[in-house]
Ligand binder design. Structure first.
Ligand code: C2E
Ligand code: MG
Ligand code: MG
Length: 564
């Protein structure tokens, strides 16, 4: 039977799944998945073939709503219709499903004929022009949708082979936070306003589209384009709405090579915009050779990372941590280093964010945790003081549901109590996805791990949220300690944080301590632990072990090491 359409059934209950397969396999070929995560994996390969998805909501590992929200954000997947299966009469479920972007729902117990009809008519609908038309325009702003923008852009370039064009993408910094703070309605109104402003100023000689929430894109004739337009847009955007201090960044790609696909052109423009996030006062950046160089380098890193790990190029350095009260060595932070045979020593800032993007961070972090535990085990065997080691846990790891089991298995294997391994999770990870992080971290804490909130003060946790978080220690962002030590007002902030920490029963580590003055201030304020170049830089294991020996010998109140 040629040309049978394909469906994906996502359902954890085997009986229900078998029922649906029984009903639908007479007409369709069927892919099956037991939860959202499996379904996403399947879609990675087969998204083109699948005409419709039948989705259960309550499932382990990844539930239907999470799955839906991921699918609806993915430009390759969002137009695949999704029918949600709900319990009989659960109207609330049905409404929620529709509001999450489901096309329709069917309720249990299943009625085979109804199901067959619904599936057939929705597939037909999707294929008709009417439905396609719906996907041409972004419903909120009326601009082109992503796919349609690509189609129209390709057409425009093909029809005007001699005209010069420029592609501009824009992105709003921390828009998710704005969304949380002002609510969806206000933000939708805001985005509509931004679209109007951009349309007015940009697309007179081109076309415009909206990608995800806050990403706008425009293909315009170079001859009619003026960089000053960005200042104008930023000014107007900041004055029309009650949402203030919006930082909008523009990336520009000048189309000089038509063999590059329009999707790639957009990626490049976005990359340029990304590069100036956090640069105050700079509205736009042009994609150029510097960025191209960065991409090539990233590719080289990606190509060599696995063999580098296998051949022992990665190792950890340890940076000592001291107790302020008596100056005793209290532990270390493990910081990964990559000793590359050609490039020399590579530091985390050169590769961690890339590994977070390409997924390798999970492997590398597991290696670091393993190595830290090996070292503590060795110290125990040698009868040394049972120091603890803090390791960094990337946000990518923290979102993994199996993280607690994995970490427990590692400490168990080395005969260590979990409290020896401190886990540093950055504050920003908590603010991105609070519910999921809180759940995973709570389980880690129940298992006995000590949880440190890294770079506290650099993110945006509210006091309210802080109170709910399962943490033991605040690790202050080094900018707090370093930013203008002489200003009394900053002392006020530090003072306030110390008070907060003691009220919440949290220990405090100050990192990035670089001079005596800072130490004194931290001591006065009652900070518990310090770490920083003033005491020692991160160092190889052999050097750190020498520090342990000195610490044992001297046991003095003042730090004896200063390896800077
Ligand atoms: P972090 O966890 O906040 O680590 C502190 C960073 O500050 C380290 O940089 C350390 O060398 C540096 N530092 C320590 N004392 C001072 C000081 O007194 N002054 C100044 N200016 N800097 C100081 P490093 O090793 O380059 O690591 C940078 C970041 O990379 C880390 O920030 C952490 O977020 C990440 N990272 C490092 N190792 C790992 C790892 O194994 N896994 C993951 N996921 N992330 C890691
Ligand atoms: Mg850290
Ligand atoms: Mg830190």
């Amino acid at each position: 039977m040629p040309d049978r359409k394909k469906l994906l059934i996502v359902e954890d209950n085997e009986i229900n799944r078998a029922l649906l397969v029984g009903v639908l396999s007479s007409e369709y070929d069927i892919y099956e998945a037991g939860n959202g995560e499996e379904a996403l994996k399947l879609l990675e390969e087969h998204s083109e073939e699948i005409s419709l998805i039948l989705l259960d909501i309550i499932m382990p590992v990844m539930d239907g709503y999470t799955f839906l929200s991921i699918v609806k954000k993915n430009p390759r997947l969002y137009s695949i219709p999704v029918i949600v299966t709900t319990q009989n009469d659960a109207e609330a479920d049905e409404v929620t499903a529709l509001s999450h972007g489901a096309t329709d729902f069917i309720s249990k117990p299943y009625k085979p004929k109804v199901i067959l009809h619904r599936v057939a008519s929705i597939i037909r609908l999707r294929e008709t022009a009417a439905m396609v038309n719906l996907f041409k325009y972004d419903r909120l702003t009326g601009l082109f949708s992503k796919e349609y923008f690509f189609t129209k852009g390709r057409e425009l370039l093909q029809q005007n082979p001699t005209k010069e064009y420029v592609l501009v993408c824009s992105d709003i910094e921390n828009f998710k936070l704005t969304n949380d703070a002002f609510g969806t309605q206000e933000c939708d109104r805001f985005l509509k306003g931004v679209a109007d402003i951009c349309r007015g100023l940009l697309d007179k000689h081109g076309i415009m589209g909206r990608f995800y929430a806050d990403q706008f894109v425009c293909l315009a004739e170079l001859g009619h384009f003026d960089y000053q337009v960005f200042d104008q847009i930023v000014e107007e955007v900041n004055s029309f709405s009650q949402i203030k201090n919006i930082s909008m960044k523009f990336g520009v790609y000048i189309i000089d090579d038509r063999s590059v696909s329009i999707e790639q052109m957009c990626d490049r423009a976005l990359l340029a915009a990304d590069g100036i996030k956090g640069h105050y006062g700079q509205n736009y950046a042009v994609y150029d050779d510097v960025l191209r160089g960065r991409l090539i380098r990233e590719q080289a890193i990606t190509d060599s990372m696995e063999s580098a790990l296998a051949s022992g190029q990665f190792d950890i350095h340890l940076q000592p941590k001291y107790r302020v009260a008596d100056g005793a060595l209290s532990g270390a932070e493990a910081l990964v280093r990559w000793n590359h045979p050609q490039w020399g020593m590579q530091y985390p800032n050169d590769f961690i964010s890339l590994f977070e993007k390409n997924g390798f961070i999970t492997t590398l972090d597991a290696f670091v945790w393993e190595r830290a535990c090996q070292i503590m085990h060795k110290w125990d065997e040698e009868g040394r003081k049972p120091l603890s080691i803090s390791v960094n846990v990337s946000r990518a790891d923290a979102y993994k549901a199996r993280l607690p089991e994995l970490l427990k298995e590692i400490v168990d294997r080395h005969g260590l109590h979990p409290e020896r391994l401190h886990l540093e999770i950055t504050e920003s990870a908590y603010t991105e996805n609070p519910a999921q992080i809180i759940e995973t971290v709570s389980r880690l804490r129940e298992l006995g791990f000590i949880i440190e909130m890294d770079d506290f003060g650099s993110g945006y946790s509210s006091l309210n949220m802080l109170n709910e978080l399962p943490i033991d220690i605040l690790k202050l962002d080094m900018r707090f300690i370093q930013s203008d030590e002489h200003k009394l007002s900053k002392e006020g902030i530090l003072n306030f944080i110390m008070g907060l920490a003691s009220w919440m029963n949290l220990g405090v580590v100050a990192e990035g301590v670089e001079n005596e003055r800072q130490v004194e201030r931290l001591r006065e304020l009652g900070c518990d632990y310090v770490q920083g170049y003033y005491y020692a830089r991160p160092m190889p294991l052999e050097d750190f072990e020498r520090i342990i020996l000195n610490d044992n010998k001297a046991k003095a109140a003042e730090p004896q090491v200063n390896l800077t």
